[in-house]
Design a protein. Structure first.
Length: 231
């Protein structure tokens, strides 16, 4: 993966219809998975575009697995057409993108223990439990997962602008701790109290980091956005 590339891997969107939905009829008509004893929704899968829908009796639908916002909207239309065959009067009231998950690569390994100590993150970094460092921004409200091999996962974004800002912030934060040497998964605990919540970094905490991230985001050329399914 190109170190300057951010790739959208999953888009979660929600859709609200105008009335309740008969899940038994929907499951039978669409060959969906429905087990009310374990989960109160019908699960429907399609391949073009590749996506999965969870349809609830309240008239709410959640779609996931799409590789872009346009693919998510197209999948909602396909699912809507399927549901209309059961409920002809069904009308879409609201559509919203809730979460855009994207991945990127810093191109080098990251010294996660030094990064965590530098900013005193109230988090647990234990490779035997989870091999990544968790970081949550306040503006934008995006969670960043950084792995020792330089892979970065951004979750919680609702727009490309959020991803762009979070990616620039991740590069600024990790920049001083990049290394060409392989980094082993060392057991390391930052916070003594494992029940402490993850500290939220914002402009008040790291004015210099956020200023640099804003400048870096503005200076970046248009990022080569690609869906995970594209070559």
């Amino acid at each position: 993966m190109d170190p300057l590339e951010v790739r959208v891997s999953n888009v979660v969107a929600t859709c609200l219809f105008n009335h309740n939905i008969d899940l038994v009829r929907v499951a039978w008509h669409t060959s969906g998975d429905y087990s009310p004893a374990s989960f109160a929704a019908v699960q429907i899968r399609i391949t073009h575009p590749s996506a999965t829908a969870l349809v609830f009796s309240s008239g709410r639908m959640v779609t996931t697995g799409a590789g872009s916002e346009s693919a998510a909207l197209m999948s909602i239309y396909v699912f809507y057409r399927m549901l209309r065959e059961v409920h002809p009067a069904l009308v879409v009231r609201e559509i919203a993108v809730q979460n855009i998950v994207s991945t990127g690569s810093l191109g080098k390994c990251v010294l996660l223990d030094q990064l965590a100590l530098k900013y005193s993150l109230d988090a647990i970094f234990d490779a035997s439990l989870f091999p990544g460092l968790r970081l949550q921004l306040k503006a934008p409200a995006v969670k960043i997962l950084v792995f020792s091999k330089g892979r970065v996962v951004l979750t919680g974004a609702r727009s490309r602008a959020d991803i762009r800002r979070a990616w620039a912030t991740a590069k600024v934060l990790c920049g001083p701790y990049l290394t060409d040497e392989p980094v082993s998964h060392r057991l390391f605990q930052v916070a003594k109290n494992s029940k402490k919540k993850l500290r939220i970094l914002d402009e008040d905490d790291l004015d210099d980091i956020n200023t640099a991230a804003v400048a870096a985001a503005k200076a970046l050329p248009p990022l080569p956005w690609r869906s995970a399914g594209q070559a």
